[in-house]
Design a protein around this ligand. Structure first.
Ligand SMILES: [Zn+2]
Length: 461
């Protein structure tokens, strides 16, 4: 049965003409959008279907509809370690050192439940496609645990097989207990690609090869990972140029800037995206623009850890593909996707003036930008042939009161609300503000128990 959405106050398409359609309507047949336009111009065959009860109809009166937001960087297991006192007021390296010991006690069940929890928060805040970068696998944990969670939630998922191989005894930052052998990392990455990666259009699941960062894996693993990814045609992801210490480490250990290091190892190209890039220099920006290398901009995390203001304005002007990421819940304790869009707009203004980023550009980065960074041309816009991923916001929420002059801009300027509805791959996953795929209170109760258990395990060592 087709899904027909009618009467949206405004339907934001992000199509080639950036149309915003008053009284908007959309028809989805299975996972694919078939028609987009004004409700008054709905073709007769669809009207007939509505009259005969042959379609699932959603009346979007009072709502603004936008393409589902795309989250390009996250560490979902960290939703178990929010606001940890020892990591509240530290910069990146100290923050990591304080948390690694705790994370070494994660279990497969914790990975599964924390991923469900993090995805629930994302879905309720407007996100329909997300990546997750899982880079430690203690106590038998596997990326399969996240993949199962995504399937249960009904979320479009780019599962990044992270890794760490250089422990403290080899001069790296993480303790030896959370690093893996490099051959085992590569074998498991290959297993995951062969088992799960779906390269087809409208795919709900793709696998990404993703060593954690230049300061936690070797040169060899970076190079081998790139070869493996390109052999299978999957994307590559890591952290890069996050703060001043990160730059100093790169210069001291490798004698190169992070961008030069990435280039030397084959980590540039349209199939690569790097998280943060707060300290990417002009040479790096030119390199990324020339090679189509993507950036996951994470404004809240960058503020939380006082890393700095990423030069997104300069990157965009140069032609660097930029998407948004909420980053892990331990460095951005609130993973609200629309909230991240707002912070992206506000933070560029702090750095580069009030005209540095408009609300609509921030929305574009969070939709089309994220899609490009993940290497997809089937999400990020609402048009025939695109995936049926969209969300609606109820403009009668108190946070939008008085913002009827420009409801689209209001979504970004006002305090972000949760979605009224969310449709992913043609399926309604949030209806009347309620998640349809899981029983959220039950998941949250499990999550609370596991967060307590994690701290208890760490206390007992
Ligand atoms: Zn991160």
């Amino acid at each position: 049965m087709p899904l027909i959405l009618i009467n949206a106050d405004i339907l934001v398409t992000m199509d080639a003409q950036r149309r915003e359609i008053p009284g908007g309507a959309l028809v989805a047949q299975g996972p694919v959008i078939e028609w987009v336009g004004a409700t008054a111009e709905l073709p007769p065959q669809y009207r007939r279907l509505i009259d005969e009860g042959g379609a699932e109809v959603i009346d979007m009166r009072g709502k603004v509809v936008i393409p589902g937001l795309v989250n390009t960087h996250h560490h979902m297991y960290q939703s178990l370690t929010r606001a940890v006192p020892a990591a509240q007021d530290a910069e990146l390296f100290t923050w990591l050192t304080n948390l690694y010991m705790l994370w070494s006690h994660l279990t497969p069940e914790m990975i599964g439940v924390s991923t469900r929890t993090a995805m629930a928060e994302l879905m309720l805040s407007g996100c329909t496609t997300t990546s997750d970068h899982l880079y430690l696998y203690p106590n038998g944990s596997r990326l399969d645990d996240s993949i199962e969670a995504a399937a249960a939630m009904g979320m479009r998922f780019h599962a990044a097989r992270g890794s760490m191989s250089v422990g403290r005894s080899k001069g790296g930052l993480p303790p030896d207990s959370v690093v893996e052998e490099e051959h085992a990392i590569l074998e498991d990455s290959q297993r995951l690609i062969e088992r799960y990666h779906d390269a087809s259009r409208h795919a709900m699941l793709r696998v990404v090869v993703a060593p954690c960062s230049p300061f936690s894996v070797s040169r060899d693993l970076m190079r081998e990972s790139a070869l493996l990814a390109r052999n299978y045609g999957v994307s590559m992801h890591t952290h890069l140029a996050e703060n001043d210490n990160d730059i100093a480490y790169s210069r001291e250990k490798f004698g190169l800037t992070p961008a030069q290091y990435a280039e030397e190892l084959g980590w540039v190209g349209p199939d690569v995206w790097h998280a943060h890039c707060v300290k990417l220099d002009d040479e790096g920006i030119a390199l990324f623009a020339r090679t189509g290398t993507g950036v996951a901009h994470c404004p809240c995390s960058n503020m939380r850890l006082a890393s700095g203001i990423a030069p997104v304005r300069t990157m965009r002007d140069a032609g660097v593909p930029v998407g948004l990421g909420v980053d892990g819940s331990a460095s951005n304790d609130g993973a609200h996707m629309l909230g991240e869009v707002r912070q992206a707009m506000l933070l560029q203004r702090v750095g580069y003036g009030p005209a540095a980023m408009s609300a609509r550009e921030a929305l574009e980065i969070a939709t089309l930008g994220g899609a490009r960074v993940l290497g997809r041309d089937d999400i990020g816009a609402l048009a025939p042939g695109m995936s049926a991923d969209f969300v609606s916001f109820d403009m009668a929420q108190v946070g939008y009161a008085g913002a009827g002059h420009d409801p689209v801009a209001a979504l970004v300027f006002c305090t972000p609300g949760n979605v009224a509805a969310s449709v992913i791959n043609g399926k309604v996953v949030v209806r009347d503000g309620e998640l349809q795929t899981v029983e959220l209170p039950r998941v949250l109760a499990q999550h609370r128990g596991l967060a307590r258990e994690l701290f208890e395990r760490a206390r007992l060592g």
